[in-house]
Design a protein around this ligand. Structure first.
Ligand SMILES: Cc1cc2nc3c(=O)[nH]c(=O)nc-3n(C[C@H](O)[C@H](O)[C@H](O)COP(=O)(O)OP(=O)(O)OC[C@H]3O[C@@H](n4cnc5c(N)ncnc54)[C@H](O)[C@@H]3O)c2cc1C
Length: 97
């Protein structure tokens, strides 16, 4: 905004100066946490998307629905369970903006 007010001749560009921001919820390895929680029957998680949540939403909702319905999960997401942090099996994602 300082750019626009500091340069009156650029007022017409004001419409292009909008911005949007928000917080990322980032997991320790920047990968989502998908699945059930040991010891909490009926509690399911699809969290920690680390800035990739729109992109992976179709996959995440599909596999979570399959798990909740007790169906066979048609994608290997075993490495995205909550237990990976205790096991020290992080899947470090380097591409977080
Ligand atoms: C600036 C920015 C840019 C991004 N760009 C991309 C991108 O280009 N591509 C991409 O794939 N992802 C992007 N993301 C990430 C994406 O937006 C998130 O990963 C995704 O929205 C996560 O979805 P979610 O449903 O898990 O959580 P959210 O979208 O955060 O939804 C959680 C909802 O729960 C509600 N809530 C919270 N607490 C409570 C409560 N106690 N009771 C009831 N409701 C509650 C909140 O109000 C919110 O509506 C971006 C995120 C940000 C912030």
């Amino acid at each position: 905004m300082a750019y626009v007010t500091g340069f009156p001749a650029r007022q017409s560009e004001r419409a292009n100066s909008r911005q949007w921001s928000g917080g990322y919820n980032v997991s320790p390895d920047s990968q989502p946490i998908l699945g059930s929680v040991p010891g909490l029957d009926g509690y399911w998680m699809a969290v920690g998307f680390s800035g990739h949540g729109f992109m992976v939403a179709p996959m995440a909702t599909r596999v979570l629905a399959q798990m909740i319905a007790g169906m066979e999960v048609d994608m290997d997401i075993s490495g995205l369970d909550l237990g990976r942090f205790d096991r020290g099996e992080l899947l470090l994602e380097p591409n977080v903006v």
